[in-house]
Design a protein around this ligand. Structure first.
Ligand SMILES: NC(=O)c1ccc[n+]([C@@H]2O[C@H](COP(=O)([O-])OP(=O)(O)OC[C@H]3O[C@@H](n4cnc5c(N)ncnc54)[C@H](OP(=O)(O)O)[C@@H]3O)[C@@H](O)[C@H]2O)c1
Length: 245
């Protein structure tokens, strides 16, 4: 029987590397996708080899229209078979309904929404039955904010797409999402370094702290595993309660 891999997009990022570490701990072979972080992904790969799993690198710019097609073709042509896919790559750009630029709208929706949906579709021929997809959405896709319409709408779309994909791909492929609140990574480090913004977030969060990458990673690992074998189409919010407040 051929060996199976889990594809993690944006593997070298803050959440991506925590997710990759957690999945490697569980013994999963990993296809580590990167775009700009060639050095970062090599360092991650070195770290993961200690857990004895197999790792391979794949690269694509998912903001480009041809990105999902190029990535899936590479995976199929290199003969990989997948038991799971974590659609984790994501970007944010500021801009509300009055100020968002065409370029930011396109880039944010391509990476956060278009790529996850098209990657699943294009990789179906090499996905094992059963297998599991986890989409990294966001608490920002649940509550309406004003700072980034492109990001919020893309993540809300991803939550809806998760439900739609779950119906279309059942019973063999489960599709779930996680919706994290704030976790300090490159995507928001600059914003969270503004004490006024950070304190505002902490005061609105019932648990009075940011999340840790490992906390998100453990939830992703659960959704990928057989432990969640009767769950599909679900979005699990993991945010210290900020969407409740
Ligand atoms: N941190 C939070 O508070 C938070 C909260 C809710 C949801 N999320 C979501 O969690 C996911 C991971 O984000 P993060 O917090 O770990 O941020 P991060 O450290 O900035 O990581 C983002 C990842 O996305 C990849 N990426 C960015 N642009 C890309 C492109 N054009 N093509 C392909 N890959 C691209 C990056 O790959 P390269 O570095 O290789 O270019 C990087 O690995 C995102 O979907 C984000 O929206 C984060």
């Amino acid at each position: 029987m051929e060996e199976k891999y889990v594809l993690v997009t944006g593997a070298a990022g803050g959440l991506g590397s925590a997710i990759s570490n957690e999945l490697a701990k569980k013994g999963m072979n990993l296809l580590l996708h990167y775009n700009r972080s060639a050095e970062g992904v090599r360092a991650l790969e070195k770290e993961l080899l200690k857990s004895g799993v197999k790792t391979e690198l794949v690269s694509a710019d998912l903001s480009k229209l041809e990105g999902p097609g190029m990535l899936s073709e590479e995976i199929i042509n290199r003969g990989f078979h997948l038991s799971g896919l974590v659609n984790n790559a994501g970007i944010g750009r500021p801009g509300n309904a009055a100020t968002v630029t065409d370029e930011d709208w396109d880039a944010v929706s391509n990476v956060n929404l278009r790529a996850p949906v098209l990657l699943v579709k294009k990789l179906l021929p090499v996905m094992a039955r059963p297998s599991s997809v986890v989409n990294i959405a966001s608490a920002a896709g649940i509550r309406v904010g004003v700072s980034s319409i492109s990001y919020e709408v893309a993540k809300a779309g991803l939550i809806h797409a998760t439900r739609s994909m779950a119906i279309a791909l059942a019973p063999d492929i489960r599709v779930n999402a996680v919706a994290p609140g704030y976790v300090r990574t490159n995507i928001n480090n600059q914003r969270l370094s503004d004490e006024r913004i950070l304190n505002g977030i902490l005061s609105r969060t019932p648990m009075k702290r940011l999340g840790k990458p490992e906390e998100i990673a453990k939830l992703v690992s659960f959704l990928l595993s057989d432990e969640s074998s009767f769950m599909t189409g679900e979005t699990v919010v993991i945010d210290g309660g900020i969407t409740l407040a």
